[in-house]
Every structure is written in C-alpha cells, then in structure tokens.
Design a protein around this ligand. Structure first.
Ligand code: G3I
Length: 385
C-alpha cells in the first residue's frame, strides 16, 4: 500500500484550507438541492436524486466560478468530480498519489450536504491512462504486478474516502464501440478480461458499502447495436462469475452529431433502447444516468429552435429512462454550457457555441432545464436509494 507522504498530506491540507478560506464562505448556505422546485427537490419527490459533475482542474474550471458553485448548491443533491479522481489526475507516477484537487471538490460537496460519486477507478482505455502507465515495466511476473498495481490503486482511493463516496464508476468504457469487444490495454495484455473482475473485487473489498457501477456510453442508434451487445455480453459474464457489479451506468451523452444518434428519440429508438435496458435490468442490475447532456452539433443555428429540439429530445429520453424503477440517480455532465466538455469537441460547422447543458453562459435556465424538471414531475415514484 502506498501512503501519502508528509508533503502530500500537507498539500492536501493547504488546498482544503484554501478552499475553505477562498470559496466556501462566499457560497450560499446548504443543504444543497433542498428547495422543492430545484432539480434535486423535484427528483426527490419521486425517489430520484439529481446532481452534476464539477471540475477542479488547474486552469479555468467550473469549481472556480462562484456562480457555478451557487447553482450546484441550489440544484444538486449529488456531486461527482469531473476529472480529479481519474488515474491521470491522481497518479503522477507508479508510487505516489496526489489527492489535492479531488479533496477540494469532495469537501465542497460534503460541506453543502451533497452525496459524492467517484469517477472512475479504472477508465479502461489506454488513451486516458497516465503516460507512465502506458509504458510501465511489469517486471518478471507481469500478471502479478499488474494485479498488484490495480488493487493498490483502487484500495488506496476507496480507503481514503471510505463511506464519504456512496457510488463508484468502478470500470469506465472498457467495451470498444466499434467491435463490441474488450479494449486491449497494458492490463489485458497480462490479465486478460480478468482485469475487470479484479477491479470490482478490489472495490467491493475496500468499499463494501458503495454501489459499484459499470459505466459506458452506448446509445440507441442502429450504429450502436454492436456497442450495446458488447456491454450486455460483458455484464452477463460478470453476473455469471458473481463479480460484484450492482449498476449499469448509462452515461447519456445524447443528441445528434458526435455518434450516430438520430436527432430524435421516437418509437423506433425507444424499442431498441428498451430492449437493451430490459436485458440489463433482467440481470438484476440497477440503472444510473451518470453523465447527461445533449449535443447540438448538427442542430439548426437558431437558438430558440435548437434549444427546443434539445429539450424535446431530453424529455422523451428521460421519460423512457424514468419508467425504469431501477433508476434512481441522474447526474448532469455539467450545469452550465460554457464549462461543458462538448464546447471544444466536435465543433459545429457554423462555428456557433454549443448549448448542451441545462443553464446558459449567463447561468440562466434553458428549455433543457425545464424538460428535466418536467420529466421529474411526470416520473413514477420509486423507493429512493
Ligand atoms: O488540466 C489540463 C491543463 O493543465 C492543460 O493546460 C489543458 C490543455 O488541454 O488540459 C487540461 O486537462 C484537460 C482536462 O479535461 C481539464 O480541462 C484534458 O486535457 C482533457 O483531456 C480533459 O478532458 C476531460 C475528458 O473526460 C478526458 O479526461 C473532460 O474534461 C471530461 O468532461 C471528460 O469526461 C468524460 C468522462 O470522464 C467519461 N465519459 C465521457 C466524458 C466526456 O468525454
């Protein structure tokens, strides 16, 4: 087990103190998401909970913006660090951990009574590994070393936060959307598919209280059929082997453009999508919406038209999702357009800024926010988590 050095512990303490001095006193008082007409307030009446990611990166990031923090406190009952719990943020090298930025975000959420999700213990795609891991020398007993490294990482993170994190995306995006097969990584080269089983086992041992989630971005379009089938095949294998996975995390980056998602969520889409969700829930899995936003890459330029199309699509999609009593948590992947990861990804041909989030650049609610609220109002009640 790698422990924090004295320097790292001090750094984390300084960061927390800085957060306490520079940001928290200016923020509105909690408890977060308590107002009945907030998104979380509306969700709560149906046994659901609403939250968002928040980013605390080195540069301009949403946590630095007091108006975003105020919106989080007003609307959200849950928070997930957008990038700060990823290997790339936590692991400067094979021996040490840097929890500074994650600690600040988690402390902020807790101060205001938000529940915390952990994303992610293993983003199983080499593209998102830290550089050192891509070329790591696993030595003469590579399988044993790969397992040791993975278990050490997961155990260290889960032990540090204990019951402060109620749900982990244990494994993120291990299925290749094009082939439906497991992605090849430095871990699979030595451990094969067992890498996923090991990750869940380590998480279960270190965080027995937590909901353990397999998280992925499969969607409903015909071009996503291979991805959906691959995810179901993985989940079936995990269930058969008694691997402790509780929940399928449906990222829900919906909207036309980036993938092959069609510009509407109509009867045809609903049929394919429900067939997928039915199969997952029949395995005894819960569902969670973990990263909701609506891409508008190829929608018309007119903002009113575009916002309405985004809202309409969200409403149909969320209504379908909320019809599953196994779904209890809904996380937006950002509340405010200007901090969305989609702003700089897959730009629109007309160069106009994308509007994928519930609030606009001036922190004003958009039709998407109302669509989410309406879906919560219309949702059947369920037992809460
Ligand atoms: O912090 C560095 C900064 O120092 C540097 O100057 C700058 C230059 O580009 O990069 C900054 O880091 C960026 C980081 O976001 C914070 O801004 C990374 O390059 C960039 O790759 C990173 O993107 C994140 C991406 O995951 C990759 O980790 C997005 O913010 C984040 O929204 C996105 O989230 C993913 C989920 O984890 C998994 N599902 C898909 C989702 C969207 O891609």
């Amino acid at each position: 087990m790698t422990c924090l050095t004295r320097r790292e512990t001090l750094a984390a303490g300084v960061a927390l103190a800085a957060a306490a001095c520079t940001s928290l006193p200016q923020d509105p008082a909690g408890p977060a998401g308590a107002a009945p007409d907030s998104l979380n307030g509306l969700a709560k009446t149906k046994g659901l909970a609403f939250g968002s990611c928040l980013g605390g990166g080195k540069d301009s990031y949403s946590f630095r913006d007091p108006q975003v923090r105020a919106l989080m406190i007003e609307q959200c009952g849950m928070l997930v660090p957008e990038n700060e719990l990823k290997w790339v943020a936590l692991r400067p090298d094979a021996k040490s951990f840097d929890f500074t930025r994650a600690d600040v975000l988690i402390a902020f959420g807790e101060t205001h009574g938000m529940k915390i999700r952990g994303h992610t213990l293993l983003w199983h795609n080499m593209q998102w590994f830290p550089e050192w891991l891509k070329t790591y020398d696993f030595g003469p007993r590579p399988a044993a070393e790969a397992e040791r490294l993975l278990r050490e990482h997961i155990t260290t993170v889960c032990t540090r936060y204990g019951t402060r994190i109620f749900s982990y995306d244990v494994v993120n995006e291990t299925i290749d959307a094009k082939t439906g097969e497991m992605r090849d990584t430095v871990f699979t080269r030595h451990l094969g598919d067992k890498v996923i089983d090991i990750a869940f086992d380590a998480a279960k041992q270190a965080a027995p209280h937590a909901k353990l989630v397999y998280n992925d971005y499969m969607s409903w379009g015909p071009g996503n059929a291979v991805h959906r089938a691959g995810v179901l095949k993985l989940l079936a294998r995990l269930r058969k082997n008694n691997v402790p996975v509780d929940t399928l995390g449906v990222q829900s980056h919906i909207g036309p453009g980036a993938s092959d998602s069609t510009p509407q969520y109509g009867a045809a889409e609903d049929k394919d999508w429900r067939a997928f969700l039915d199969e997952a829930t029949a395995m005894g899995l819960d569902l969670a919406i973990t990263e909701f936003d609506v891409g508008d890459q190829v929608l018309p330029a007119d903002v009113a038209v575009r916002d309405k199309m985004v809202a309409d699509m969200a409403r149909s999609y969320l209504d379908a999702m909320f019809s599953y009593p196994q779904l209890r948590t809904v996380m937006a992947w950002g509340l405010v357009d200007k901090y969305s990861w989609l702003r700089n990804r897959w730009p629109r041909a007309d160069g106009l800024p994308k509007r994928p989030s519930p609030y606009d650049d001036d922190y004003q609610p958009k039709p998407l926010r109302e669509a989410i609220a309406e879906s919560f109002r219309a949702a059947p009640a369920r037992a809460s988590i």
